[in-house]
Ligand binder design. Structure first.
Ligand code: HEM
Length: 486
């Protein structure tokens, strides 16, 4: 709790920044309530243009300072002190508890240290087989759909990504791709949607009022489905450990190249059963966190890349050429060595994530004062970093609205502020799954694009977003595939 002196200091500092008209109770959220959700993203871009690269908003009685430039993002992200998440993460807590995304303090530090080795590149090598197998299944599913007709690719991709994260991180097969009507996927969609719905409605911020509201009850119903799913995954893996013994799955063995595969969940169960480092509830929270963070993001990055390629046939042709030079028309699985050679595809994915920033903004509550353009932003206040606006800054990217993968040629990237490109955030709280995500996305794209050409129904500039916790397409992702003739 803040004392009145701290509150006054915050209010004085906020007055130095421009922003939309404040009204009682709502603050500035009225401006979000009067537009459709699909316009939200556009509005945030326009605001930075109107009010300047550092501006303020009010969510009810809580001021927020918005950051839209690389050099300002750097000040927050590189700090080892300002690592506390903002208030919007509290709204994810009934769902994700204090898992790695939402958590903080000593528990976050212990968990981050514990989980980091599970994303070591040697472990990722052992996941490659799963990435490839599921990518092949996705390509097979497309066989009947690749008739040049547009269809919504998003659900299929979501189920595929879910299969991958379950089998790699959790060590459990769930066959979601065969169950196109997954209750779990629907439940996650609703839960994440309500997180943002609540954020812009300050009267739903107090927990009790929210719980009693229709959206609060709806969220609770769906969180139950999500938690039951995680509990089932954990029970299956625990049973396997009890059957085969925990020593079968030591991290050192994997790092020394001795054992086949170690799921991240094994590490957690090991820490729980042997070292008492984390509780059963904490394990569930991390499983929920990784199931969500690991599948929804991969779905978005793969789908948006196909969307971009479907818009730019010349760029797609270059990707095909690169893949042909690596695979020579063979249908073999993608190996770790192939990934390194996909340099053009790497640039295409990077440029896609510059535009369609899967995690569009993040919020921190400062624990230490910072200065932006010489103005104080005091401890206790929340700051929001808008990655899309950072990525569209003409001072960092010439003609920022052009889709040009060659911006990410090493010699071009080197001239930019490193914080001008932050789809995975940066600093101590950066994305732990970045390498996992990129390898997985490349494997999926390389497998699909070796076989098919893709077209997108919507033009690049027509893309509409449904922002919740991540950036999804507003009305699904209408793509059409046709077999390639080599
Ligand atoms: C293209 C795909 C992905 C993107 C763009 C992405 C982006 C991000 C961003 C921006 C953050 C910081 C969020 C914040 O500070 O509020 C983050 C954190 C995180 N991501 Fe990812 N992510 C992706 C894929 C993944 C995958 C595949 C996993 C897991 C397998 C994952 C797990 C996490 C976790 C656990 C955190 C929290 C880390 C911490 O605070 O210690 N992400 N991600």
């Amino acid at each position: 709790k803040r004392n009145s002196k701290e509150r006054r200091r915050i209010l004085n500092a906020v007055d130095n920044f421009n922003g939309a008209l404040w009204v009682p109770i709502l603050g500035t959220t009225w401006t979000q309530l009067v537009i459709p959700r699909s316009e939200l993203f556009h509005q945030m871009y326009e605001r930075a243009k109107k009010f300047g690269c550092v501006y303020r908003s009010w969510v009810g009685s809580e001021p927020i300072v918005h950051i839209n430039k690389a050099e300002h993002a750097e000040i927050v992200l590189r700090s080892s002190v300002n690592i506390t998440k903002g208030r919007n993460y509290d709204f994810m807590r009934p769902w994700l508890g204090n898992g790695l995304v939402t958590g903080g303090g000593a528990q976050w530090q212990i968990h981050r240290k514990l989980i980091t080795p599970a994303f070591h590149f040697k472990i990722l090598d052992t996941f490659q087989e799963v990435f490839s197998e599921k990518a092949q299944m996705l390509a097979d599913e497309l066989t009947n759909l690749a008739d040049g007709q547009f269809f919504d690719f998003y659900p299929l991709m979501t189920h595929c990504a879910l299969d991958i994260i379950s089998e790699t991180a959790m060590g459990v097969k769930i066959n979601a791709m065969k169950d196109a009507d997954s209750e779990y996927v629907k439940a996650i969609y609703i839960v994440a949607d309500i997180v943002l719905h609540r954020w812009f409605r300050p009267w739903l911020h107090p927990n009790l009022l929210f719980k009693l509201s229709p959206s609060g009850r709806e969220q609770q119903r769906n969180i139950r489905i999500v938690h039951e799913f995680a509990e089932k995954v954990i029970a299956e893996r625990r049973e396997r450990i009890e059957k085969f013994g925990i020593e079968e799955m030591s991290l050192d063995d994997v790092l020394l190249g001795k054992k086949k595969r170690l799921a991240f969940l094994d590490l957690l169960l090991q820490a729980n059963m042997e070292k008492n480092l984390l509780t059963t509830q904490e394990i569930r929270e991390e499983v929920d966190t990784f199931m969500f963070a690991g599948h929804d993001t991969t779905t978005a990055s793969t789908s948006w890349t196909l969307f971009q390629l479907g818009n730019y046939p010349d760029i797609q042709e270059k990707v095909h050429q690169e893949l042909d030079s690596i695979f020579h028309g063979e249908e073999r699985p993608v190996e770790p060595n192939d990934i390194v050679k996909m340099q053009y595809l790497d640039r295409v994915i990077k440029e896609t994530l510059r535009f369609h920033c899967v995690v569009p903004f993040l919020l921190r509550r400062l624990t230490e004062d910072i200065y932006l353009d010489g103005k104080l932003v005091p401890a206790g206040i929340q700051v929001s970093i808008h990655m899309y606006n950072v990525h569209m800054d003409p001072e960092q990217y010439t003609e920022p609205f052009q889709f040009d993968p060659d911006r990410f040629l090493p010699e071009v990237s080197a001239k930019r502020n490193p914080y001008a490109y932050i789809p995975f955030s940066a600093g101590p709280r950066n994305c732990i799954g970045q390498k996992f995500a990129l390898r997985n996305t490349k494997t999926l794209l390389a497998t699909v694009l070796r076989k098919y050409k893709v077209k997108s129904l919507l033009k690049h500039h027509e893309a509409k977003y449904k922002v919740d916790v991540i950036l999804k397409p507003q009305n699904g992702m209408k793509l059409a595939f046709e077999p390639r003739t080599l």
